[in-house]
Design a protein. Sequence first.
Length: 360
Amino acid sequence: MKKQYNVGIIGATGMVGQRFATLLENHPWFNVKVLAASPRSAGQTYEEAAGSRWKMTTPMPESMKNMVLLDATSDIEKIAEQVDFCFCAVDMKKDEIKVLEEKYAKAECPIVSNNSAHRFTPDVPMVVPEINPEHIEIIKAQRERLGTKRGFIAVKSNCSIQSYVPALHPLRKFGLTKVLACTYQAISGAGKNFETWPEMLDNLIPYIGGEEEKSEQEPLKVWGEIKGNEIVKAETPLITTQCLRVPVSDGHTAAVFVSFENKPSKEEILQLWKDFKGVPQELELPSAPKQFIHYFEENDRPQAKLDRNLEGGMAVSTGRLREDTQYDYKFVCLSHNTLRGAAGGGVLLAELLAAKGYFD
Ligand SMILES: NC(=O)c1ccc[n+]([C@@H]2O[C@H](COP(=O)([O-])OP(=O)(O)OC[C@H]3O[C@@H](n4cnc5c(N)ncnc54)[C@H](OP(=O)(O)O)[C@@H]3O)[C@@H](O)[C@H]2O)c1
């Protein structure tokens, strides 16, 4: 791997794009060379285009303020020439995003995407780096299909599943049969804060379009296997979800119920969570949390406001593990939806790809 990679942020003016900008400001491996957004913003400096809608709690990075935004859709060749790869988080129609990301890949510019468009393309890996890092090996088959040498698309999963799938993953060896998860999702997941979405104060909305389907299907791809030129989804566990929007700025919480073929003891579950280390921890990737899953003994934890920023917002918190009357166990999980669940998860995936030589 190289010492430094030049990167672009496509969708830099958006909520996730802004998060990428702040995370990459002092990144040891990645140097932001290009910012791009819609034709509405192209030609303006980052400060002109995004200054008044800056949603991060830290200021816009000085080094990026005067960068002139390129047009994400018409400047593809120009962008591809200047970078080793791009992060992508854009608000466009799914079909348009699919085409756009493939155009970048075909211009030999790898894409690490936060968009959902390619999550179920069979040769596109959808990776939670601690859980299924081996899925990046499908990139060889994808490159053959696209006819590229370097270019490819890798995606991260939806933010909702990042809270409960990490906690379930080490328990799969007991034969997970059934999972019921109710998620309580922050408003930043819709690209909003309380200023831009005042209706959410003192409110709860029992519907997030498309979220339950993603929350039920995406874990099965993450737990799938490479067979030939595609990733084949796992058949178990059966997963059912309800996803609610709640008046929390950041942090998705999940209340989870699980059943097993071979029911483990509570101590076994706690030990597995404590010991769970993945490739990012072994490789000491710059954004990897040291302890991936933290368990809180206190009955009133994890709390979104207190615990979402654990280990830079990259760790997952769990609590309230106890036996249930209808399922074997129930517990609560929390993860930061725009850090671990969005841009931070994208950066960690890019670090894994860099460490494995996929950008060279
Ligand atoms: N928010 C989250 O927590 C979260 C989590 C996971 C995944 N995601 C996904 O990430 C993506 C972006 O989400 P977001 O919340 O950051 O959205 P957002 O705040 O609405 O930002 C959208 C970005 O897309 C750009 N854009 C819009 N139309 C475009 C076009 N025709 N061509 C090129 N760029 C265009 C915008 O540029 P302009 O400023 O120039 O309009 C802006 O940079 C979505 O696919 C979303 O599903 C979001």
